[in-house]
Design a protein around this ligand. Structure first.
Ligand SMILES: [Zn+2]
Length: 275
């Protein structure tokens, strides 16, 4: 279920009291995060605070050999830039817009200043941090103990929740990088899921046609993470959006998003000898 003609929004921001939102609004700059754009590489200074309004940004742990695995998915329910916000120096992670989409960005100092007068925003950031820690912890267990098939199904469901669409603009190479396996492993799983009637594949995209079935293939990590995120009052994954109309308190922050494009990134090869 897509957001249709509604203006792109960030749910965390739109949940704020009007006064706090008004204080932030002049400093929020609309950008378009292109697919596979690398926002931050390991070793970069954190830079801007980013609030996705669509698409999906992946936080990736990358080894010295260039192998990667996604440790955190961030969509319109969250934000990126904790390292920068806390003044912790360079980023140990890579931030990549795995699925492109609009976003709002704000300079770190302006955000810090606004935070001093925004108690609800401060509270939301702390609540969100707890949810993201739970996601990272669950993914560690997932990578160690769950099958490639279950992990692939989990990632597809997470992507569907994140962008609110059955059609996922994801290549097998990208999925392999998210799951932390070689591409042939993903190819085998994708064929199996297609034979089971759960997905279809076309060039550069995967369509989920049987979510219930895919949930049965996925490990419990998907539902466990979603349960932790249910503590976020503003969180609305895809499965909930299909049950109700658009929430009444959503605020269109920047109806003309997409003016400025971030620099395009590169898709790295998959080298990790697993699967
Ligand atoms: Zn798992």
């Amino acid at each position: 279920m897509t957001s249709g003609h509604r203006a792109p929004i960030n749910l965390l921001l739109s949940s704020l009291p009007a006064a706090e939102l008004q204080r932030l609004r002049p400093f929020l700059k609309p950008v378009l995060l292109r697919r596979n754009a690398v926002l931050v590489k390991p070793g970069d200074l954190g830079g801007l605070i980013t609030f996705p309004c669509g698409g999906m940004v992946s936080v990736l742990a990358v080894t010295g050999d260039g192998d990667a695995v996604e440790i955190l998915t961030v969509g319109k329910e969250g934000y990126l830039g904790t390292i920068s916000l806390l003044g912790l120096g360079t980023s140990p992670y890579e931030l990549t817009a795995t699925i492109g989409g609009p976003a709002l960005q704000i300079q770190t100092q302006a955000f810090r200043t606004a935070l001093k007068h925004a108690p609800m925003l401060s509270e939301h950031l702390m609540t969100y941090s707890a949810a993201t820690f739970a996601q990272v912890a669950q993914r560690v267990a997932c990578t160690a103990w769950h099958s490639v098939e279950a992990r692939c199904a989990f990632r597809l469901l997470a992507a569907q929740d994140c962008i609110g669409s059955d059609v996922l603009p994801l290549t097998q190479e990208t999925i392999a990088r998210l799951v932390g396996v070689r591409r042939p492993g993903v190819t085998m799983v994708a064929r199996t899921l297609q034979r089971m009637g759960l997905i279809t594949q076309a060039r550069g995209r995967i369509t989920i046609i049987n979510r219930r079935g895919l949930e049965q293939v996925a490990c419990e990590c998907h539902s466990m993470i979603r349960e932790r995120y249910s503590h976020l009052s503003w969180y609305r994954p895809r499965v909930w959006e299909t049950r109700s109309a658009s929430p009444p308190d959503l605020v269109a922050l920047a109806p003309n998003l997409g003016i400025e494009a971030s620099r395009p990134g590169t898709t790295q090869g998959i080298k990790r000898p697993r699967a």
